[in-house]
Design a protein around this ligand. Sequence first.
Ligand code: HAM
Length: 420
Amino acid sequence: MSTFKAPKGTYDLIPPDSAKFLAVREAIAAPLRNSGYGYIETPGFENVELFARGVGESTDIVTKEMYAFETKGGDSLALRPEGTASVLRAALEANLHKLGNLPVKLWYSGSYYRYERPQKGRYRHFSQVGAEAIGAEDPALDAELIILADQAYRSLGLSDFRILLNSLGDKECRPVYRAALQDFLRGLDIDEDTRRRAEINPLRVLDDKRESVQKQLGDAPLLRDYLCDACKAYHEEVRELITAAGVSFEDDPKLVRGLDYYTRTTFEFVHDGLGSQSAVGGGGRYDGLSEMIGGPALPSVGWALGVDRTVLALEAEGVELELPSTTSVFAVPLGEEARRVLFTKVTELRKVGIAADFSYGAKGLKGAMKNANRSGARYTIVAGERDLAEGVVQLKDMESGEQSAIGVNEIVAELESRLG
Ligand code: HAM
């Protein structure tokens, strides 16, 4: 073992478990690809100001959790703590919104960084697959995203998750609510910091996890009771569309998310087998974000699902993904001539799309067969000098144990037909 370990709050993805992560990313991406979302990739770091303005100056993410640093050239950057601000920044920079094809639908997959207190399900480096639909105000778009996330989780075999749904209002009704909430918060017994927070961003106080604060919030006014008619109608339409799609959800009037850019529809996917870090995904509408980062008005909606927590959810439910073995054929040469012949055959197999691997290093038959077994290959081809002298290789079906001699020149066609 080396003297170096993965940094605190991080872990490595290594085989065979890493295959599960790939499968989860793939399962989340598949419904998006199938619904008009195009792939986008942005840098792992951005100007720190993008997140300060986008995610919000008074959020934990920006004040406590951001990996911010100054470069040697004097730029203030931060490792991305989330993807929405970056994706919108990139879309604006590339003028995607001006191509006359709104909404611009994008999906992404990557690493995100938050300096959080590490615990199970909460890491400093984690992985999300996300989707953003930029530039349209349409309840069907909000519904589409919720339905696609539900479909992704179900396709993985998950069932113990719930969808929490709320509306955070818009620039008409939120200020009225904000004032009412501030009035309420002023009457509470809270520390100076929280009092200050209540003045700057009272909704953040609702998200305070401390018991001493939470127990005083029982009678806090609810945004639901302050929504303007337009927000109410919009929210009702979203609810109807997802209901009609057979996706069940729970209204959660207290759901406030940890990022400031949300307006109207907000939702979270929680899994009941995960303990305190139960949010496997979340998202919502962010109609004001574009203007907050210097762009035109572009009402948008999106979500991000946490890959790490989705894998934990699979484990909590005891779901075993069907991960077909990656190697179909394993070649075991006995002797130098066989090495050259079988290496050529492996290359030919790979060319026709058959996943094949080879016994490297000087190994005896026993050691090589062990590798063949471990590879999970359905077939092994073994050849020694005597086989080659007869122009054949031994083809072994690892499931049935049956073995037969096949002509060296027929082996690729034979395996193609057997593997369908
Ligand atoms: P978020 O709720 O902050 O939203 O993160 C989304 C998901 O990322 C969480 O539900 C969780 O599964 C995962 N996650 C977050 N922090 C950690 C962590 N420290 N360790 C492990 N997993 C974590 C966003 O990031 C928004 N950008 C979502 C969005 C997209 N809203 C609109 N569009």
